[in-house]
Design a protein around this ligand. Structure first.
Ligand SMILES: Cc1cc2nc3c(=O)[nH]c(=O)nc-3n(C[C@H](O)[C@H](O)[C@H](O)COP(=O)(O)OP(=O)(O)OC[C@H]3O[C@@H](n4cnc5c(N)ncnc54)[C@H](O)[C@@H]3O)c2cc1C
Length: 405
């Protein structure tokens, strides 16, 4: 039995597993391959949905997607990789085990960076993981006991990139709902976006104007070209000296690839991502593939894949295909992703849909919101409890285009 070990059960990891199982069936080798996903828990967290007001649908149990296709799951934290002996060390609350592999896939994703700002670690919330998003929700529920304090219904969102914008827009209705529930005036809600650069720096001028208009309509205040100096339980101090009373601060600024990438004897990029070849094999290693937020790879002749589920999922499908092809000395497929689209949720205002690497505005407002809801509830989630459909979607050329919306 050949062992394929996948580290990480996010988009890249799950689709690597499904892609490998599909390819093994195609080659009539399914009884010769064991596919195991090692991950911190037994869920696929639909991470792009962690900003939402309802978290009940943002985790999918592996029982419903991995088990039906015959994949295995080991719960634990990968702490070491021995490339010479082809083993992985996994620790859990009860013990530490060593697992062997024939082919390894690193799909451990990325992690929010928390710079050394006084109070950030203790007082800032985030939505990087399901647990962190749940902690934020718990905190909002507890505001009822602090309703007399200044800044009770003020949220400071740090980082005006994609995640920060979605969080800020969603917080408007979330905090208003909390205020109403607590018997307070929802018009006292104040949402402040803070960024040391500009609003939506990755978007073009046309898209940025749409976003700024939406923020203004939502009543969100923007503080740009200003940094956060310190965070406490009840306020944020900015680099211009201003102190904003706020019981809720949410940090969204900057992610880097998983620290597991540091175990590889290769040079990483500025985001700690690993270099891979066109078949998504980690350059400078043997029998190791990687996908998702922890790799730097071109999607076409010029554009580097974003740290996005839009890229992580197809990469997983290519890796699954290639790792099994490699095991049985069949041809692999070079990775490519000819299409790029973004759909930014702007809360009750709607959403913004852009197409292409220049982010041409295609749709905005309520129409785009319908698309965003479809993206979050249909497109990014694998089919449930349906082996045939899951395996069908795990083909490496299964990429959504604008027409799918
Ligand atoms: C709020 C928010 C909004 C976003 N919006 C969008 C969007 O609109 N569109 C888009 O395309 N992308 C979006 N993204 C980005 C997207 O979520 C990521 O790019 C995507 O999740 C990357 O997939 P991945 O499989 O590489 O990594 P992840 O989804 O991060 O999965 C990594 C997995 O590895 C596991 N893991 C990590 N380290 C270890 C270890 N040492 N041992 C065991 N397991 C480990 C983790 O527990 C996790 O299961 C958003 C992200 C956030 C946080």
């Amino acid at each position: 039995m050949k062992k394929i070990m996948i580290i990480g059960g996010g988009f890249a990891g799950f689709w690597s597993a499904a892609g490998a199982i599909r390819r093994a069936i195609e080659l009539e080798k399914e009884n010769e391959v064991e596919v195991t996903v090692v991950s911190r828990d037994s869920f696929l967290n639909l991470r792009p949905r962690n900003y939402e007001s309802d978290l009940s649908q943002v985790r999918i149990p592996f029982e419903r997607i991995l088990k039906p296709i015959g994949g295995k799951n080991v719960e634990g934290n990968v702490e070491g990789i021995d490339f010479d002996n082809k083993t992985v060390t996994v620790s859990s609350s009860s013990d530490t085990i060593t697992l062997s592999y024939d082919k390894l896939v690193l799909a451990a994703g990325s992690i929010l960076q928390r710079p050394n700002i006084p109070g950030l670690e203790e007082h800032a919330f985030s939505v990087d993981t399901f647990q962190e998003a749940s902690n934020l929700h718990q905190h909002l529920d507890n505001l009822v006991s602090k309703k007399s304090l200044a800044g009770c219904y003020t949220a400071i969102v740090v980082g005006a990139g994609f995640t920060g914008l979605e969080v800020a827009a969603e917080m408007v209705s979330m905090l208003k709902h909390v205020a109403e529930k607590n018997g307070d005036d929802p018009s006292t809600v104040r949402i402040v976006l803070v960024d040391h650069s500009d609003i939506a720096p990755d978007f073009n001028e046309e898209a940025r104007e749409v976003i700024k208009g939406a923020l203004s309509d939502l009543g969100i205040e923007s503080y740009t070209k200003v940094a956060v100096q310190s965070i406490s339980e009840d306020s944020v101090v900015l680099s211009n000296g201003e102190k904003l009373p706020a019981l809720t601060t949410i940090w969204t600024a900057g992610v880097k690839a998983s620290p597991l990438t540091s175990l590889f004897p290769v040079e990483r990029d500025n985001f700690d991502r690993l270099p891979v070849d066109q078949f998504l094999r980690v350059i400078g290693t043997e029998d190791v593939y990687a996908a998702g937020d922890c790799i730097r790879v071109l999607t076409d002749e010029t554009n580097v894949a974003m740290m996005s589920c839009q890229h992580a999922s197809p990469q997983g499908k290519f890796v699954g295909y290639n790792v099994v092809s490699d095991l049985f000395e069949k041809d692999s497929l070079p990775y490519g992703h000819p299409y790029y689209v973004t759909c930014l949720d702007l809360g009750e205002w709607g959403a913004l849909l852009t197409e292409g690497w220049d982010r041409k505005v295609m749709m905005k407002g309520k129409d785009a919101k319908e698309v965003k809801i479809d993206v979050n509830t249909k497109f990014i989630a694998p089919p449930l409890d349906d082996k045939e459909e899951i395996l069908k979607e795990s083909q490496p050329n299964y990429i959504y285009t604008f027409e799918d919306f």
